[in-house]
Write a protein that binds this ligand. Structure first.
Ligand code: 5AD
Ligand code: SF4
Length: 438
């Protein structure tokens, strides 16, 4: 049996694409392995949202050269968002000629054919589609977890935030038909899934491209009816598209978890406008207020970029102020990274690196205070936890997630893995929670 090894960078969308690659490979008789040295096929599924992610891919590709030398039959494939950019493909062709196959995000479903061609060819095979095609249904998937599953509801993005490369690598917004989504989830539930995460670059604008348009809230109400399903999550939301109907759904759908990831990116209206985010800080804060009014204990997480071109000390202070005002449960924080081909890359007034780093550290300080406060407020609360496995650091400790998407560690028998339990939070720490099974 041939063995494959997949390394994935980037978001859940990429993770889920890798699950599809694994599904297709399994149908071709391949099995997975955890060690590159044992593999007959190595796939790198890449991300280009920031320069760091790209540099990691290049570093890791370089390390494959000796493996290929030792085993000339080894097939090395590179795919994902980076490959949708021609300058990157050209660079890989020149610098890493030992790569066997390059394909992109829009032709992932053709992978079996590409791999078959590759096995019969001595030359590097490069096939990238510039544009998205029709949505392809029925791709086999091997999921990382049995109990919780990712489900794509839409692909692509039409927002063109000026810093972001995604609209160029994932194409225009298009939604899967509700029946295809519902059937996939019903099937998953029949096979043991209790939690689904609905994926899309901007799930709030779901449904607009359908022949019979329905909106995201309608879809949620329908998914909420699926028997046997216990938890529904979704990501990512764009604040400009959060409708009162969605807020009502958050309140009314019992399976919808009390968590929303609502990327704010910046706290200054001047920067938000230059980012093309289409909302103001006032609108964002009002939205948070309305969401909290509907679901008081909801946890709120976000994405923040520091050092966007032209960001002044005053602008940055507005971001700090917004972080304090909202009181986030957690956040992904990023230093602005120039992405070739995006409008922000050509903006004057790029912020010097030292200032970006200094602001980043100040942001973390304010943020950590808020995360800590949120965690400490949970002391002695009893929360429902879905047990995913054992703790990363200690195999004798169980690890699960609350509906609010917080990780809880506690002692308990391993038979509980995959099940729900109630846990009393006894020891809230700054970045994690410890509890006791009750
Ligand atoms: N630089 C830094 N962060 C970025 N993100 C997207 N593009 C960039 C960039 N050029 C961040 C945004 C987005 C998250 C997925 O990545 O915060 O929400
Ligand atoms: Fe990028 Fe903005 Fe689309 Fe999110 S909404 S993927 S940040 S362009």
């Amino acid at each position: 049996m041939k063995k494959y090894y997949i390394e994935t960078w980037g978001c859940q969308m990429n993770e889920h694409d890798s699950e599809k690659l694994a599904g297709m490979l399994s149908n071709m008789g391949y099995t997975s392995c955890d060690n590159k040295k044992e593999a007959d096929l190595i796939i790198f599924n890449t991300c280009c949202v920031r320069e760091n992610a790209e540099l990691k891919v290049y570093g890791n590709l370089g390390q494959l050269k000796p493996l290929k030398k030792n085993n000339p039959d080894l097939i090395i494939a590179v795919c994902g968002c980076m490959m949708q950019q021609s300058h990157i493909v050209e660079y890989i062709k020149k610098k890493y000629p030992f790569v066997d196959l390059i394909f992109g995000t829009h032709n992932l479903h053709n992978f079996p054919v590409l791999l078959a061609n590759c096995r019969q060819s001595d030359n590097m095979i490069v096939e990238i589609w510039d544009r998205e095609g029709e949505i392809v249904e029925g791709i086999p998937v091997i999921r990382k977890y049995g109990i919780k599953s990712f489900v794509n509801i839409m692909y692509g993005c039409n927002n063109f935030c000026t810093y972001c490369i995604v609209p160029y690598t994932r194409g225009r917004e298009r939604s899967r038909k509700p029946d295809d989504i519902l059937n996939e989830i019903k099937n998953l539930v029949a096979n043991g899934t209790v939690e689904v995460t609905l994926l899309g670059q901007n799930v709030n604008s779901y449904g607009k491209t359908l022949d019979n348009p329905i909106d995201f809230a309608d879809l949620l109400y329908q998914i909420n009816e699926i028997e046997g399903l216990r938890r529904i999550r979704f990501m990512t939301s764009h604040p400009k598209d959060v409708s009162p109907k969605l807020i009502r759904a958050l309140k009314e759908c019992d399976k919808l978890c009390e968590h929303i990831h609502l990327p704010v990116q910046a706290g200054s209206n001047r920067v938000l406008e230059k980012m093309n985010r289409k909302y103001t800080r006032e609108k964002y804060l009002k939205l948070i207020e309305e969401i909290r009014k509907a679901v008081p204990d909801i946890s709120i997480t976000t994405d923040i970029i520091v050092g966007f071109p032209g960001e002044t000390e005053e602008d940055f202070k507005e971001t700090l102020d917004l972080v304090e005002k909202v009181g986030y449960d957690n956040a992904f924080t990023f230093i602005y990274s120039i992405r070739k081909g995006t409008p922000a890359a050509n903006m004057k007034e790029q912020v010097p690196d030292e200032i970006k780093h200094e602001r980043f550290n100040r942001l973390l300080e304010v943020l950590h205070k808020s995360v800590k406060e949120k965690n400490h407020a949970l002391k002695n609360k009893v929360l429902e936890v879905l047990i995913e496995g054992t703790s990363k650091n200690d195999d004798n400790i169980l690890m699960g997630r609350t509906r609010t998407n917080k990780v809880v560690n506690f002692k308990g028998p391993k038979e509980l893995i995959g099940k729900f339990a109630h846990v009393k939070i006894t020891e809230p720490k700054n970045f994690s929670l410890y509890g006791e099974l009750i």
